[in-house]
Design a binder for this molecule. Sequence first.
Ligand SMILES: [Zn+2]
Length: 437
Amino acid sequence: MVEKTKGVVSKLPVNQILSAIIEDGLELNASFIHLEPINNLIRIKYRVDGSLINGPEISKKRLNSLSDKIKNLANIQTGYIDLISGGKFKYSHKDQEFSIRIYIMPTIDGEKITLRVQSNMPVVTTLKELGFWGNGLDVINQAINLNSGLILVTGPSDSGKSKTIASLLESIIDHSISIATLEDPVEYKISRATQTQINHRTNLSFKNGIKILLKQDNDIIMLSELANSESIVEALDIVGHKKLVVSSLNVESSVEAITKLLDYGISPSSLAYGLRIVINQRLVRRLCPNCKQYITPDKTSLHKINQLFDLDNATSMKYVHSQEVEYYQSISTDEKHNHKSLSTSENKLKKIWINNPSGCSDCHHTGFMGRIAVVEILKNSPEIERLIMTKSKDILINRQAVKEGMINYLVDGLIKVLIGETTIDEIISLTKSNYLT
Ligand SMILES: [Zn+2]
């Protein structure tokens, strides 16, 4: 499964073992590499697209020398490490430079070492490539070209919010617009913006940064995250200065963003008039285009899908079919060739895409390649403004948003299963803490 470390890794000198482990991780595009000492072995595991892949097992006799080597690379005195902040070192692979941060936890079986891998030049892609399409994409494009207002990108941790914000700012067509950011930390290089890292040591807080940016006559201000009520008040204050603000919030749904801000004590009128759109998203694994399979689901799976999305109801079925048609029409002719045909008719679901369980060499035999966002986009409207002003329940705001065209993120996920981007199991895994309306 894992190329370089297969087989003989335990016999190699420690330098080579470590390079093999790291290079396998980089080839797999892993975000974390775990070295877990359990009994007599060190188990290597790679976090790839949100899931763990098992690597080789190495004799635990090599743990101390591996640990010393890693600490050495990070310039940490052997035998001592700041457990909380860890250390880091740079690693070059195929002309690309990576930053590898180390976290070490002493366990009863020895040190458990986790390496967090970050590319020094993460790629910003288009919103379409991230998973936005159709009417939702049009709504975003209109909002980002407005003169003022608040655009929120929301979702749980590790849902790709920063990448969406970076792509959003890159997508602005008008080059005469001045864009500035205040970030903690800066994660992506945005060619359209002047970016600033928050630095508490030099008193460059969000609050002070905003004061300067307002004086500097910027059109769009991006704040990396609204972490507390104070920052939200500041963001809405910038909107009051006729600026467009783009920021993120850690919540589970678009509607929850609204209710959470109201719970923070934000004035309903400033939110109702300031808010333009709320994007909510989370990431699912993307099917490997080379080995994905197009199948007729068996009775049990079909029943499960019909039940989850209420597809035995003619109106729901027709709605899902119309969304699949819209997605199909939004993709290019080249992409259409890969999608064979529509997976639904007006009255039934016929086929779905699944991962090939044994995968292929392109996807390291996982059946998946990268991740795609499952999204919902709530657009503010006179009726939603009214619901915000009266502090209505989230379910009422959600119902109104769906009535006005918002596609629930789980339905968006189902469309992505029908069109061949992900699997139904990936979407079902998102339902555990959520509800459909
Ligand atoms: Zn494959």
